[in-house]
Ligand binder design. Structure first.
Ligand code: HEC
Ligand code: HEC
Length: 293
């Protein structure tokens, strides 16, 4: 029972339906809407033709432009691999001192080295390479094994106390736990070690006891740390006369070192970083430290 009629107020036709006395005007869809609908449909058909779109079974419509995300990624990868080849070659073939004098190379070292360091080393040595308890700072001029390029490169290659066949090996003996020195001797040695860098901190009584500590030191410690406690690079034993400490220079930390020993592990990187990367990191570390005059 529907009969279109003209609405007396708007002058438009109604749909002719009536629901409980309510009638609906026959308002046409506005033209802009029709226009955009048509355009988007056209556009999507165009895109289906140009680009990969519809999956069917194991394949999909490829589109006439031949666009393929995988090819794009592969192209990017091979481009960056080519770039990498260039500097890998440069960093492997060129002498370290020559690279160090080369501003272009060092600019590259500072940007790429920072990222390599962050990814591989900062968990232990800290983001700024300044170390922390148990992990030596790499920014000072104090070294366990030496800070020249060849030595750092070798440390990175074989690590310290690792499973590498040629690992650097260095252990601070557990003089207490192994019953080599009793607690009185260790106390005298702790005081003596403090006297090497901060003699002002000792009481008069402690200062009087220093000769005993010194004798114990010469008997038990100097073979690794040197007669003057200045450290011996060949055996990776740290300098005990400066302000740099791996495990802490307060009496408690030194006493703990003497009692339980220390054996820090620095992983080896021969399998995990390319020679070029290790050289780059070596240059990066040397660049962080104080510059030789
Ligand atoms: C798992 C922790 C750890 C990671 C990761 C690590 N190191 Fe070490 N590193 C150590 C420890 C511990 C020592 C000191 C070993 C010792 O006490 O004998 C050390 C020592 C060194 C030394 C010798 C310092 C000296 O005085 O001779 C260098 C150089 C070094 N690390 C560089 C690096 C670089 C570069 C990386 C990243 C590729 C790195 N380390 C990653 C723990 C780590
Ligand atoms: C066999 C060689 C060896 C002997 C002997 C030795 N040390 Fe050490 N000592 C080391 C090494 C190697 C380290 C570094 C250990 C590490 O970093 O893991 C060290 C570390 C230390 C440290 C910690 C330094 C720091 O920066 O925190 C102290 C303190 C120390 N030794 C004192 C002594 C005293 C005192 C004696 C004598 C009783 C002694 N050492 C005998 C090899 C030795």
């Amino acid at each position: 029972m529907s009969k279109p009629e003209r609405d007396p107020y708007t002058g438009l036709m109604t749909t002719g339906h009536e629901w409980n006395g309510i009638k609906e005007l026959m308002t046409p869809v506005p033209r802009p809407v029709k226009f955009f609908l048509a355009t988007t449909i056209l556009l999507s058909v165009l895109l289906w033709i140009l680009y990969p779109t519809w999956p069917y079974g194991p394949n999909y419509t490829k589109g006439v432009l031949g666009v393929d995300q995988r090819t794009i990624v592969e192209e990017n990868l091979s481009r960056s691999a080519a770039l990498r080849m260039v500097w890998e070659e440069k960093f492997t073939a060129t002498d370290m001192s020559e690279l160090e004098a080369d501003d272009g190379a060092m600019t590259f070292v500072r940007s790429h080295g920072a990222r390599l360091f962050e990814d591989n080393c900062s968990a232990c040595h800290g983001l700024d390479a300044s170390g922390g308890p148990g992990f030596p700072s790499l920014t000072d001029d104090q070294w366990l094994w030496g800070g020249d390029a060849d030595t750092i490169l070798e440390t990175l290659r074989v690590g310290i106390n690792t499973s590498h066949d040629e690992t650097r090996y260095a252990e601070m003996l557990a003089f207490g736990d192994q019953g080599i020195l009793d607690s009185t001797e260790r106390r005298a040695l702790t005081t003596y070690v403090i006297s090497l860098s901060r003699p002002d901190e000792l009481t008069e009584q402690q200062t009087e006891g220093l000769p005993v500590g010194q004798e114990l030191f010469l008997d038990n410690c100097s073979s690794c740390h040197g007669d003057d406690g200045g450290g011996i690079l060949d055996v990776g034993a740290p300098n005990l006369t400066d302000d740099f400490w791996i495990y802490g220079g307060d009496a408690e930390s030194i006493a703990a070192t003497l009692r339980h020993g220390r054996i820090g592990v620095m992983p080896y990187w021969e399998d995990r970083l390319s020679e070029a990367d290790r050289r780059l990191l070596t240059l990066y570390i040397r660049d962080l430290g104080p510059k030789p005059q």
